[in-house]
Design a protein around this ligand. Structure first.
Ligand SMILES: Cc1cc2nc3c(=O)[nH]c(=O)nc-3n(C[C@H](O)[C@H](O)[C@H](O)COP(=O)(O)OP(=O)(O)OC[C@H]3O[C@@H](n4cnc5c(N)ncnc54)[C@H](O)[C@@H]3O)c2cc1C
Ligand SMILES: NC(=O)C1=CN([C@@H]2O[C@H](COP(=O)(O)OP(=O)(O)OC[C@H]3O[C@@H](n4cnc5c(N)ncnc54)[C@H](OP(=O)(O)O)[C@@H]3O)[C@@H](O)[C@H]2O)C=CC1
Ligand SMILES: C=C(O[C@H]1[C@H](O)[C@@H](CO)O[C@H](OP(=O)(O)OP(=O)(O)OC[C@H]2O[C@@H](n3ccc(=O)[nH]c3=O)[C@H](O)[C@@H]2O)[C@@H]1NC(C)=O)C(=O)O
Length: 324
């Protein structure tokens, strides 16, 4: 599909408005701009990947639904993108519509219940700092995780022996056909770094967490800062990555298994197994998604061969890659 296939102003086709030199396409019935061929490298923490065929970043849940309706009408698949901090997108990019949740932002602290209800696009690290500044305990572990609340729920993000599911009271989701549900953590099948929301057709619009108010903000900030320091000491933050590439094959730690094989510093193209932490792959500059993909497969093969263990990627691999 190309931009020229649209006729401006017809219902359910993007409205084309000319401002300055560049025509803008709007998602029908909304003020959201529909863009084509948007680079996903700048929207993912690995800083690699080709373009999204179509891209939109809704600001309201109604606009999110309008995105789904438009994709359905055009027969396009939908990919949901949070902060892109756990994604490896193919160099060929993604066909269909990429819907970015980053602008679905809202935060409501309820002092009566100690609950905080947050929009899917809110950065989880920012929420952790806000909670600390209120003197509310519970999210100190989430500092330094560069994802959105929606991404943290779907991935069941965690650190320092805590995770999103531990705090969740409910999650609001919407289906591509507009069915809104409020689900309890029990209904979402949370386990280590996973939930039934992964690969499903329910999209998280907001989440409610139970925190513990009433602590000294100074003390909560100190714990939060301590976690950030621990993380920065153990993990490489200076170059683009996706955090841990593999889930730990418990009781083993992926980083330890990989380091024992002497793979720290091993490089394919611009992708390197980090010296500081062997379960991180870094984009050392100019990496292609295919370099990272090949390195992931190489590490898996080595670990399988030497330890007879299969490493399962935590990172979501999207789009087409040449089999290795
Ligand atoms: C430096 C660094 C450190 C990290 N440290 C940690 C860590 O300590 N612990 C940890 O758990 N993770 C960590 N991560 C990984 C990552 O930050 C988390 O997995 C995070 O929760 C992903 O959120 P996101 O918004 O970036 O999701 P994305 O990467 O954008 O998406 C991840 C998946 O969730 C889906 N998705 C996103 N939003 C929604 C939504 N609203 N509804 C439905 N599906 C959705 C996407 O389609 C995709 O399948 C780290 C990453 C980096 C780069
Ligand atoms: N290696 C990689 O690939 C990547 C690493 N990162 C790293 O991941 C981490 C998380 O990134 P990011 O999501 O940007 O989160 P940050 O932890 O950097 O900050 C998130 C938000 O929290 C607020 N905040 C930060 N510090 C404080 C504080 N001391 N008091 C009050 N509020 C505070 C700020 O909000 P506001 O600005 O609204 O005040 C900030 O925007 C960072 O350490 C970043 O360097 C991020 C992306 C990629
Ligand atoms: C970064 C992520 O989450 C991180 C989270 O930040 C940290 C902190 O709680 O704990 C997990 O890392 P991790 O299991 O590698 O934790 P670490 O404490 O760094 O390492 C575990 C063990 O492996 C050893 N280790 C680690 C790296 C390495 O290169 N060599 C090595 O021997 C460490 O010495 C330690 O004994 C999460 N990773 C997974 C896959 O569960 C992420 O999911 O993206």
């Amino acid at each position: 599909m190309t931009l020229s296939s649209y006729s401006p102003g017809v219902a359910n086709t993007p409205l084309c408005q000319k401002t300055s030199d560049k025509p803008k396409l709007y998602l029908p019935g909304t003020d959201c701009i529909l863009r084509s061929q948007v680079s996903l490298a700048s929207l993912t923490s690995f800083r690699v990947g080709g373009p999204a065929e179509w891209y939109v970043a809704p600001r309201r849940v109604e606009d999110l639904l309008a995105s789904f309706e438009w994709a359905d009408l055009q027969g396009l698949p939908i990919t949901l993108l949070g902060a892109g901090s756990n994604l490896l997108v193919s160099d060929c990019g993604l066909s269909g519509l990429v819907v970015c949740t980053r602008h679905l932002r809202s935060t409501q602290f309820d002092p009566d219940t100690g609950r905080v209800t947050v929009g899917a696009g809110e950065p989880i690290a920012r929420l952790a700092w806000q909670a600390a500044n209120h003197g509310w305990q519970g999210l100190e572990w989430a500092v330094g995780i560069p994802g959105t609340v929606g991404g943290a729920v779907v991935m069941n993000a965690g650190a320092h022996q805590s995770c999103a599911a531990d705090l969740l009271v409910s999650v609001e989701t919407i289906s591509p056909t507009g069915v809104v549900e409020r689900l309890t953590p029990q209904e979402l099948g949370f386990r280590y770094r996973t939930s039934i929301l992964q690969g499903g057709t329910r999209f998280v619009t907001q989440a409610t967490f139970q925190l513990q108010p009433g602590a000294d903000p100074k003390q909560v900030r100190a714990t939060t800062t301590h976690h950030l320091k621990q993380r920065r000491d153990a993990q490489p933050y200076h170059l683009p990555s996706c955090g841990s590439v593999f889930r730990n094959p418990e009781p083993h730690a992926a980083g330890w298994l990989i380091e024992q094989l002497g793979l720290k510093g091993y490089q394919i193209g611009g992708a390197q197994v980090a010296e500081r932490h062997a379960n991180f792959i870094l984009n050392c500059g100019g990496a292609k998604a295919s370099d990272i993909f090949q390195l992931i497969r190489y590490v898996q093969q080595q670990v399988e061969q030497h330890w007879s263990l299969s490493l399962e990627p935590e990172v979501k691999i999207l789009g087409r890659f040449q089999p290795v």
